[in-house]
Ligand binder design. Structure first.
Ligand SMILES: C[S@@+](CC[C@H](N)C(=O)[O-])C[C@H]1O[C@@H](n2cnc3c(N)ncnc32)[C@H](O)[C@@H]1O
Length: 272
């Protein structure tokens, strides 16, 4: 992927890039019930292209970037590739080739893992005895290296709210390796990808074959949904890498499809 940050694309170019991302998946792009349009809430959004019934699946989308992640003290026993549950102690869950990623036996020889494994081994992981949550968290970000040109352009076309604390994520990951990339271009790509992830990605629990995993995943279409406190759509993970967006109530043609970025039953500062 080129490391040049493209110029901002307009909304119809973004819609085209999203169609390219969805083509080949089981998302209906010939006759979709949604359309990408400028929003009066903020920037771009998704709108109903026709009347949508309550409970209807609006779309399913496969992630552009995804990976297992963990919170403090959470279990990290998940394969980085297929999200299956790993057993044994942490050392035995790690790839035998020394890349420091937890991976199952089947995926350890997959084409996908081999290229990522080669990259992590070039960075020289410092500790091969346990799963480090910081190097696990950078896996989703590192995957931007393997996107093709259109996918890279799509990634860079998504809103990226900057925050100085996001650089710390790169620094914490860098501390896990002897030879983490130092090139300013690559570091800028990683930083920008983290900003895109933190603005648009979904982080949450997913169930993969009865194994609960904590996933961080970027869905460019679903990520365009703006927030409303009373949303008309809900989302859930179908597996580690697929999201389903459903109508929470009937949505009229041309109405914006919105979700909530918070949990409806959480209180806010105004509600004591
Ligand atoms: C996931 S993106 C949504 C898509 C975004 N509108 C775009 O043009 O790419 C999240 C960002 O959209 C904006 N946003 C979403 N909902 C909003 C709302 N209700 N009020 C103000 N800004 C909102 C905020 O800038 C937020 O960081």
């Amino acid at each position: 992927m080129s490391t040049k940050v493209p110029k901002c694309v307009n909304t119809s170019e973004l819609a085209e890039l999203i169609n390219l991302h969805l083509s080949g998946s089981d998302t209906d792009i010939k006759n979709p019930s949604w359309k990408v349009y400028d929003s009066s809430i903020s920037g771009r959004g998704i709108f109903a292209a026709r009347d949508i019934k309550e409970g209807e699946v609006i779309f399913r989308e496969r992630a552009l970037l995804a990976g297992p992640t963990g919170k403090k003290n959470s279990k990290l026993n998940t394969c980085c590739v297929c999200f299956c549950q790993l057993f044994g102690n942490e050392e035995t869950m790690l790839c035998k080739l020394g890349c420091s990623m937890p991976v199952c036996e089947n995926c350890s020889t997959s084409e996908r893992h081999i290229k990522e494994c080669t990259t992590f081994r070039q960075w020289k992981p410092k500790d091969l005895t346990k799963i480090n949550p910081h190097s696990l968290r950078i896996v989703t970000v590192m995957r931007c290296i393997f996107l093709n040109e259109e996918q890279g352009k799509l990634l860079m076309s998504l809103q990226a709210n900057g925050d100085k604390y996001y650089r710390a994520e790169v620094q914490r990951a860098a501390a896990c390796f002897e030879c983490f990339p130092k090139s300013p271009d690559i570091l800028e790509w990683f930083y920008r990808t983290i900003c895109v992830l933190n603005t648009n990605a979904f982080e949450g629990r997913s169930n993969v074959d009865n194994h609960e995993v904590f996933v961080r995943a970027l869905f460019p279409l679903a990520g365009l949904m703006n927030h409303q406190c009373l949303p008309n759509a809900t989302h859930s993970f179908e597996n580690g890498e697929t999201i389903i967006v459903r109508a929470a109530r009937a949505i009229a043609k041309d109405e914006e499809i919105v979700t909530t970025y918070t949990h409806i039953l959480w209180s806010n500062l105004a509600q004591k």
